[in-house]
Design a protein around this ligand. Sequence first.
Ligand code: ZN
Length: 78
Amino acid sequence: MNMREQIEKEYGGSCACGKAHEVILEDIRIGSHILDEIPDLVRKHGSKVFMISDRNTWNAAGKDVAAILEKDGILAGS
Ligand SMILES: [Zn+2]
C-alpha cells in the first residue's frame, strides 16, 4: 500500500457522525525546499485554498506557506 492509499484508508470510511467520508488525495509532495512548488500545485488542482493549521504546524511551515500564497496572489489575508 503506498502512502496515498494509506492516508485515504486511514482518514476515509465510516465516521463517528454516522456517515461515510471519502478522502481523495490528488497530490502528495514530501521533501526539502519544496514550499515554492505550492502555487503551481494550487493552480494545477484549481485556485481555491482552505488552509488549516494549529500553532505547531503554523510555526513549522504554515506561515511560510501562507506568505508564499499571499505573494502569489492566491491567498488573500490569513
Ligand atoms: Zn463524519
